[in-house]
Design a protein around this ligand. Structure first.
Ligand SMILES: CC(C)(COP(=O)(O)OP(=O)(O)OC[C@H]1O[C@@H](n2cnc3c(N)ncnc32)[C@H](O)[C@@H]1OP(=O)(O)O)[C@@H](O)C(=O)NCCC(=O)NCCS
Length: 224
């Protein structure tokens, strides 16, 4: 069973002992952030990531080693390590930990998007854009983020993320039917992947993509 840990990015989690888990690289990334509040949340997300992954690879949180795969996706640099995915938005983060099947999570804060139609026309697949044209608010914005998180979860799982592949992948827009409809670069993908919405409190939306047709997952609240 895949576990998705939901983390509240509360700076109070950052005791000196936990902050010391972060690597010099992680501290350097946080230090480059323009706002201290953003850096603090980022540090909490990475403290939680280390806390979640440490028991899984049987080392202390400070000893968890990360590497990047060929696409730049972060992976665990430990033997027989599971797949994981991290997403953060607002004061929340999601950390999914699975087995060997590639997976991705995406979390977004539903908010008004001034350029919604332009973004969807440029970066969404044509059938995704079409589902937004006639939709009325607030369903339109909800639908935009539903599509976005489903799509981004899949693109993160395959290590691609945001970029030129966005319009070449189509997901469903229907609230009751989450699925991958097509990937122009991987025609078999819809028969291999599950896409699921995560039941999160408003205004957050989140989705999980996993290369398995029997995706079983559980959402748990992470506690330091
Ligand atoms: C990584 C990326 C997916 C982030 O998306 P986002 O919605 O802003 O942020 P999320 O919180 O959902 O995800 C961030 C996490 O994804 C993971 N990630 C980073 N690169 C990734 C990749 N290539 N594939 C999958 N996951 C990735 C990391 O764990 C990252 O967490 P961190 O930034 O705290 O280390 C996006 O920046 C991206 O696509 N990057 C790779 C390609 C790229 O550089 N595109 C920009 C030019 S078009």
């Amino acid at each position: 069973v895949l576990i998705i840990h939901q983390v509240t990015l509360d700076a109070a989690v950052l005791t000196a002992a936990r902050r010391a888990w972060l690597s010099p690289d992680e501290e350097a990334r946080a230090a480059r952030m323009h706002r201290e509040s953003v850096a603090a949340r980022w540090r909490v997300a990475h403290v939680a990531l280390r806390a979640v992954l440490a028991p899984v690879v049987s080392v202390a949180p400070s000893e968890v080693r990360f590497a990047a795969d060929a696409t730049g996706r972060p992976v665990l640099d430990h033997p027989a390590a599971p797949q994981f995915s991290l997403s953060h938005a607002g004061d929340q983060a999601l950390i999914a930990v699975g087995g060997t099947a590639p997976l991705g999570v995406d979390l977004e804060l539903v908010r008004p998007v001034a350029e919604l139609d332009d973004i969807a026309r440029t970066h969404f697949a044509s059938e995704e854009h079409a589902t937004l044209v006639d939709a009325r608010e607030p369903e339109r914005t909800q639908r935009f983020f539903r599509i976005w998180t489903r799509k981004e979860a899949y693109l993160k799982a395959i290590g691609v993320g945001v970029g030129p592949r966005l319009p070449r992948v189509a997901v469903s827009a229907d609230a009751r039917d989450a699925r991958l409809l097509r990937d122009d670069d991987a025609p078999d993908a819809p028969r291999q992947w599950s896409v699921c919405d995560l039941a999160l409190a408003t205004p957050y939306v989140g989705a999980l993509a996993v290369r398995s047709l029997e995706a079983r997952w559980q959402l748990v609240q992470w506690r330091p």
